[in-house]
Design a protein around this ligand. Structure first.
Ligand code: UDP
Length: 366
């Protein structure tokens, strides 16, 4: 009999497994995919670590979380500085003095600010009620039209006026010539890829791959005193109230016999008429010396049964449905729910780790 059965070998499940093992618990991890790591999984293609389920860049302000991941593997000093491709031109992101200069020719912060203030006047005195209004009140109409509207509507498959404003709160606006996408104190990518990180976290822990808990919940539940379930919460309850919406992604990976394709890890394509949202060139996430390169075009799509769920759609309709599932989950005495899919949350990796720490500290009180 195990103390804990952990369903899902992604970041959340793996950290829970490690922390519970540290506390002397007997743990079994089961995973329905044929590999560990969930969506942070990376695969080696002749020396290039390919982020198979989309680019992951680790960033955090939490020193404990940073020290934690660094205790398993070494991180490089990658700094995310994506570019935006719009109507044949390249612009720096996040929105900063470089972007303002490229777009308007403004040179000083004073000039740029006066331009932005003039641009966002239409929102004066109004409370932003959706993503479009939030974006305009933050940076004004020019930037919204060039870099946000097309990208966002492709990404989410919904009108920017129908999306919650919190999505855009992630986008920083800087009055300095600083192209670092994140403002966090710590940032980097595990040298050798994320799979190595997860392998280290799960070292000496029993993991069984290709095992689908939901195929026989009753049988698997007998294996342990407690269960930590990290899969989609609606699927656990057999979609009894209906399906939660997710955005899914399709990745078109391409090997090119060229040393350097685009000169940057991430280029966003912000126009509505280009159907992918970004092109990732994986080798630039680290310093690797290869004569070939691997790029990935990222195509957003609506999630349907059988697809990988990526982004939860945290609009009012889905949050109301999620609440119903959450209430059901409270009635499962043996099962704890956690992670991006079970909590239906747009989590970054550092938040996932902090949340796993929190869950483990809580179960200890029980
Ligand atoms: N976004 C945008 N233009 C961009 C990049 C991002 O409008 O060039 C918006 C878009 O709505 C997106 C959100 O900002 O969903 C968050 O994007 P980010 O790249 O930070 O998140 P990720 O998709 O990497 O989780």
């Amino acid at each position: 009999m195990y103390d804990y059965l952990i369903v899902g070998a992604g970041l959340f499940g793996s950290v829970c497994a490690r922390e519970l093992t540290k506390k002397g618990k007997k743990v079994l991890v089961i995973e329905r995919r044929s590999h560990i790591g969930g969506n942070v999984y990376t695969e080696d293609y002749d020396g290039i670590q390919v982020h198979k389920y989309g680019a992951h860049i680790f960033h955090t302000n939490d020193k404990d979380v940073w020290d934690y991941v660094n205790s398993f593997v070494e991180f490089n000093r990658f700094t995310n500085s994506p570019l935006a491709y719009y109507k044949g031109k390249l612009f720096n992101l996040p929105f900063n003095m470089n972007t303002f200069y490229q777009l308007w020719g403004t040179k000083s912060p004073k000039e740029a600010l006066s331009k932005i203030n003039q641009q966002r006047k239409e929102m004066d005195g109004k409370e932003a009620e959706n993503l479009e209004e939030q974006a305009i009140s933050l940076v004004g109409r020019d930037i919204y039209e060039a870099f946000i509207k097309g990208y966002t509507e492709k990404q989410w498959g919904r009108k920017a006026t129908d999306l919650p404003s919190f999505i855009i709160k992630r986008l920083p606006v800087r009055m300095t010539y600083d192209n670092n996408y994140f403002s966090d104190k710590f940032q980097g990518i595990p040298i050798g890829g994320y799979t190595k990180l997860i392998e280290k976290i799960l070292e000496d822990i029993e993991v069984r791959l290709d095992v689908d808990f939901l195929k026989d919940k009753a049988l698997f539940s007998e294996l342990a005193k407690k269960i930590i379930y990290t899969g989609p919460i609606d699927e656990f309850f057999e979609y009894q109230y209906g399906k939660l919406d997710y955005r899914s992604l399709r990745f078109m990976h391409e090997r090119i016999e060229e040393e350097n394709y685009q000169g940057n890890a991430v280029i966003n394509y912000t126009e509505a008429n280009v159907s992918y949202t970004r092109i990732i060139e994986h080798k630039h996430f680290d310093v690797v010396d290869t004569s070939h390169t691997i790029i990935t075009k990222e195509y957003p799509s609506e999630w349907t049964l059988g697809d990988e769920p990526y982004y939860p759609v945290n609009d009012d309709k889905n949050m109301a449905l999620f609440k119903k599932y959450k209430a059901l989950s409270k009635k499962e005495p043996k099962v704890l729910f956690g992670g991006r899919l079970a909590e239906y949350k747009y989590y970054d990796m550092h938040q996932v780790i902090a949340s796993a720490f929190h869950l483990v500290s809580k179960v200890e009180e029980i």
